[in-house]
Design a protein around this ligand. Sequence first.
Ligand SMILES: NC(=O)c1ccc[n+]([C@@H]2O[C@H](COP(=O)([O-])OP(=O)(O)OC[C@H]3O[C@@H](n4cnc5c(N)ncnc54)[C@H](OP(=O)(O)O)[C@@H]3O)[C@@H](O)[C@H]2O)c1
Length: 323
Amino acid sequence: MRTVQAVRFGGPEVLVPHEAAEPVVGPGQVRVEVSVVGLTFVGTQIRRGTDQWHARPDLPYVPGGTVAGRVSAVGEAVDPSWIGRPVLADAGGTGAFAERLSADAESLVPVPEGLGLREAAALHPDGSTATGLVEGARIAPGEWVLVEAAAGRVGSLLVQLARTAGARVIGIARGARKLDLIRSLGAEAAIDYSDPDWTEQVRRVTGGAGVDVVFDGVGGEIGRAAFELTARHGRFSVHGASSGGPTAIGPEEAQERGVEVIGIQQLYGFRPRMHDWAAQVMAEAVAGRVRPVVGQTFPLERAADAHAAIEGRTALGKTLLLV
Ligand SMILES: NC(=O)c1ccc[n+]([C@@H]2O[C@H](COP(=O)([O-])OP(=O)(O)OC[C@H]3O[C@@H](n4cnc5c(N)ncnc54)[C@H](OP(=O)(O)O)[C@@H]3O)[C@@H](O)[C@H]2O)c1
């Protein structure tokens, strides 16, 4: 079967098409015929060998992640009614860039009627994570919410879910195409954080008060400046550091400023709730209240180009491989 594997750690060019043996379906597992592979930012860091959060795969490896497709076989002790159903499945640390894979039945999330496989793949895990982040930030109606990298995978969904929670949303990102997308998702303001005066622009939009909630997925200098913009009694919610380094905030400093920092450790508690949040965000999409943003698709064989688009910051919303 067709796969793409990383032959070493390095740039996107290390992703190379490869013919591999069919997957073996063990007890408690299912076989999934993959239609769509969802890509994440962290997958590019694992491929570069720079990620610090996941176990390093042995080389060569077929990259991991979430796929959307249909169940075509079940292993021992798995309910046969899964066969034929459209699902999202977690390949685990490796094995997603493939025509077929075996996945633990426990990882399956049914795709509801009325939602396409591409849209579903744009909503989980990104939208499930965004749902958890919005819940944790306890947004009150009318509060100002600042979303970093707001045209990205998690960011584009945070903008919409914060709006649904009644917030007034400011999305920040780089480049006019991304700002247009952010406005189309319902943000009240979209500001380019490559403008030297972007923080003043945010202050002006909020009438000088600053923001009540920040969703920090970028970290580094952007995250630090966003912390400075957080009003007293605000929440600074961290979920990533796509710029390379996390936002540095000391506990005394946060206390002095009267800002609650909800650290990246919050993500460790998300796992048991991810399936519920996936169902929730997919239901929102079926109801038309959330729009999954599939920004670009590539055939499986061109996985290297897809990773290059993500790393080059040209990608909007979710990037998918079509199998
Ligand atoms: N996807 C998930 O489910 C998930 C779950 C938990 C945590 N996270 C974390 O959340 C963060 C966002 O993940 P994502 O998958 O949604 O990615 P993403 O936001 O779609 O992509 C990362 C974005 O970061 C921005 N960025 C700013 N400085 C950058 C730099 N120096 N290099 C590259 N990009 C830079 C870019 O947007 P601009 O060009 O607009 O600046 C880029 O599009 C990551 O740190 C990730 O590890 C993601």
